[in-house]
Design a protein around this ligand. Structure first.
Ligand SMILES: *[C@@H]1O[C@H](CO)[C@@H](O)[C@H](O)[C@H]1NC(C)=O
Ligand SMILES: *[C@@H]1O[C@H](CO)[C@@H](O)[C@H](O)[C@H]1NC(C)=O
Ligand SMILES: *[C@@H]1O[C@H](CO)[C@@H](O)[C@H](O)[C@H]1NC(C)=O
Ligand SMILES: *[C@@H]1O[C@H](CO)[C@@H](O)[C@H](O)[C@H]1NC(C)=O
Ligand SMILES: *[C@@H]1O[C@H](CO)[C@@H](O)[C@H](O)[C@H]1NC(C)=O
Ligand SMILES: *[C@@H]1O[C@H](CO)[C@@H](O)[C@H](O)[C@H]1NC(C)=O
Ligand SMILES: *[C@@H]1O[C@H](CO)[C@@H](O)[C@H](O)[C@H]1NC(C)=O
Ligand SMILES: *[C@@H]1O[C@H](CO)[C@@H](O)[C@H](O)[C@H]1NC(C)=O
Ligand SMILES: *[C@@H]1O[C@H](CO)[C@@H](O)[C@H](O)[C@H]1NC(C)=O
Ligand SMILES: *[C@@H]1O[C@H](CO)[C@@H](O)[C@H](O)[C@H]1NC(C)=O
Length: 590
């Protein structure tokens, strides 16, 4: 072959590979309709947010690298917006579904999400981010399965079943009245119960949640705390919990009697039905609260053996001592990454060498709950977030930043400043290695922080105020990487993250009351040489609002989604591929 032919062939091959990779990542098309529904998990009827008539919403089941096209029809009487908690949306913060990235879907209209679950496996959940709606539901589990042929082994045998368990504290009041209370400057009282998959406790309702297991078999339970504020302790009577995964990292496998699950966190455990045929209690009870006052705020479901003839009986399994922060901190430290297994890739995000990377930026984020303009707010370094009407991401793209937000106003550690309302956006240095220390200055409540767009290495937890000397105690070897981290009372948690995902990313309190009242910031990561390789352009159906509302075309009537048309529109790609195939074959012949 002469040089030209060789060159042509190379070009052809690389074009084909590029196209095949895109074509090889399959699509899933879903239609979701969001509407109100009436249920009575705590005995009294209340309005909740259902998706396709389900409360909680359907489990989003997908596979690594799949493209998800989810058309969401909003039939509520107010705007709606979903986020995919823990899904990294690489190069694509356009689909993140938070106030800083997207205009909410107006009442009566639809919007189609289109994102790829790139290089991820594991357990996550989605939830509505606007208007305090998570207190009414609208959430559901996300499970990302590994590709069978990807060459990465799953470090445990195929379980007999795979159950999602969404636990969370719950109020009998509607989200609108809870929201109205917060808007007036009041805080929420104690919740009315803990729901398990949207259902009330075994001992207080006939419609409790029940998981059936075959004796001798092992089941995977994916547990997410989708609640509002309470850290919950999860346990199953007479059964050990074998922890295997958390938010996309395979853990060093070990047994626990019970597991603390903080708001926004997800875990996978394996449970083997190795006890006598019976029914057993599954319990989710609050941590770090006065149990005299919270005694009835306990979620109870049932583990039912197929050949069980006995009802669950005896006392509920004991929780850890309620104020024992040490127990929880030790448990948190014991959750390590399994270094000899991959995740979606053999060596996810350079997990073997993160301990050698030099830190390029440090942020110490202190929580506080000041009064601002006479109202209770929650803040980070004395700045309480206020969302502009124009999403930050759009403002940035259209060069409106100066009238929407000011970059880097938030100090990288607390200064002695008067608390104010701000639209805080920090700059993350692209390809830098950021250190964030979440400092909890409150002596009673556990904080829970979430970072969009990334999984972060959780390198340390300890009591007191963080100082640079604390870096010596970091886990530089097998820290877990995840997207939601807890910060114990009067303690700090340190995380490291490699800023390789361009976009506008939300860093927020997962505690919903604190989130609603301003405890969040955004991080803007830009590439010095912008291109589609580092960040996708805005989607063609992008919604406009705020200062950009004039760009929004009038909404067409929604006629339902047809995947046949989509399949059709992708036909030319297939034809082109066949053409390249023939051409390459031909060139190999000459
Ligand atoms: C609404 O749904 C229709 C199909 O039913 C789709 O063509 C359209 O793009 C969707 N609208 C948006 C803004 O995504
Ligand atoms: C780690 O993963 C390997 C490979 O999949 C597996 O064989 C091993 O049992 C796991 N070890 C622990 C402690 O989880
Ligand atoms: C299980 O059943 C056997 C036989 O009925 C009984 O001897 C044993 O005590 C039971 N074990 C437990 C833990 O209840
Ligand atoms: C339930 O099934 C297991 C496994 O087949 C068996 O060992 C056990 O005796 C059965 N128990 C009852 C009460 O039927
Ligand atoms: C818990 O609350 C009860 C009732 O209000 C109170 O008597 C008790 O002192 C509290 N316990 C703690 C540890 O604060
Ligand atoms: C249900 O069990 C919980 C935990 O033991 C208890 O606090 C509560 O009072 C019980 N409720 C009823 C209605 O029995
Ligand atoms: C808990 O529930 C029981 C049974 O319904 C009730 O008697 C008790 O007063 C409740 N306790 C609290 C603190 O609300
Ligand atoms: C990290 O910084 C140290 C000291 O400044 C330097 O010697 C080293 O080469 C750096 N390491 C990397 C991986 O950049
Ligand atoms: C924003 O400004 C940049 C740099 O001046 C320019 O290249 C880009 O086209 C502008 N974007 C829009 C949407 O006007
Ligand atoms: C937390 O601090 C407050 C105010 O100093 C005090 O009243 C309360 O008892 C403390 N709580 C705990 C659990 O130490």
């Amino acid at each position: 072959m002469d040089k030209l032919k060789q060159l042509l062939l190379t070009i052809m091959m690389s074009m084909m590979t590029a196209m095949l990779t895109k074509a090889a990542d399959p699509y899933t098309f879903l239609d979701w309709t969001v509407s109100y529904m009436t249920v009575a998990p705590l005995g009294q009827q209340q309005q909740v947010i259902a998706i396709n008539g389900m409360f909680p919403g359907p489990i989003l089941t997908t596979t690594t690298n799949r493209n998800m096209v989810i058309n969401v029809q909003n039939n509520l009487d107010e705007p709606f917006l979903l986020t995919w908690d823990g899904i990294q949306l690489r190069r694509n913060s356009w689909q993140d579904g938070v106030s800083g990235t997207n205009c909410p879907i107006p009442s009566g209209q639809n919007w189609t999400y289109d994102f790829q679950v790139k290089d991820q496996i594991g357990s996550y959940f989605y939830w509505p981010t606007t208007l305090f709606q998570r207190t009414a539901g609208g959430f559901g589990g996300i499970q990302v399965h590994p590709r069978s042929a990807a060459g990465v082994t799953v470090p445990f045998g195929q379980p007999e079943g795979d159950y999602f368990v969404l636990i969370g504290d719950w109020y009998a009041e509607s989200h609108k009245s809870l929201r109205a209370a917060l808007d007036k400057g009041n805080l929420l009282g104690i919740p009315d119960g803990v729901l398990i998959n949207g259902k009330g406790s075994f001992n207080s309702t006939k419609d409790f949640e029940l998981f059936t297991v075959r004796p001798g078999f092992t089941y995977r339970f994916r547990i997410s705390n989708v609640g509002i504020a309470l850290s919950l302790n999860f346990r199953i009577q007479e059964h050990q919990l074998y922890l295997v995964e958390t938010e996309g990292s395979y853990t060093s496998q070990q047994y626990y009697d019970s597991l603390d699950i903080h708001v926004g966190q997800s875990y996978s455990i394996l449970v083997t039905a190795n006890q006598n045929a019976s029914d057993y209690y599954i319990v989710a009870s609050p941590r770090f609260v006065n149990l005299t006052i919270y005694q009835n705020i306990t979620g109870i479901a049932i583990l039912h053996y197929t050949n069980s003839t006995t009802l669950a009986s005896g006392p509920l399994p004991d929780p850890p001592s309620i104020y024992d922060t040490q127990f929880s901190q030790n448990q948190a430290r014991s959750i390590r990454r399994n270094l000899t297994t991959g995740a979606a890739r053999p060596n996810p995000q350079g997990s073997y060498h993160y301990g050698n990377i030099n830190i390029t930026q440090t942020f110490q984020l202190y929580n506080s709950h000041p009064l601002v303009n006479g109202k209770v707010r929650f803040a980070v370094n004395d700045m309480s977030y206020t969302a502009p009407t124009t999403p930050l991401k759009l403002a940035d793209y259209y060069n409106l930043t100066t009238n929407v937000f000011k970059l880097d106003l938030l100090p990288n550690k607390p200064q002695n400043i008067t608390p104010t309302l701000q639209t805080s956006v920090i700059s993350g240095i692209y390809q830098g290695f950021m250190e964030i220390i979440f400092q909890n200055t409150d002596n009673e409540t556990v904080q829970s922080w979430h970072i969009d767009g990334y999984a972060v290495f959780v390198v340390g937890y300890d009591a007191g105020i963080w100082t640079e000397a604390n870096r010596q105690e970091y886990n530089h070897w097998d820290a877990i990487s995840r997207s939601s981290v807890q910060v114990f009372p009067n303690s700090w948690t340190a995380v490291l993250l490699e800023l390789d995902n361009v976009g506008m990313w939300n860093i927020r309190s997962e505690n919903l009351q604190q989130h609603y009242l301003g405890q969040e910031i955004y991080m803007r990561v830009v590439s010095p040489e912008p291109s589609d390789r580092t960040e996708l352009p805005p989607p063609s159906n992008v919604l406009y609002c705020g200062q950009l509302a004039y760009l929004q075309p009038p909404s067409p009537k929604h006629h339902g989604h047809s995947s046949a048309t989509d399949a059709h529109s992708r036909l030319p790609l297939k034809r082109l591929l066949v053409f390249f195939h023939i051409l390459t074959w031909y060139m190999l012949q000459i």
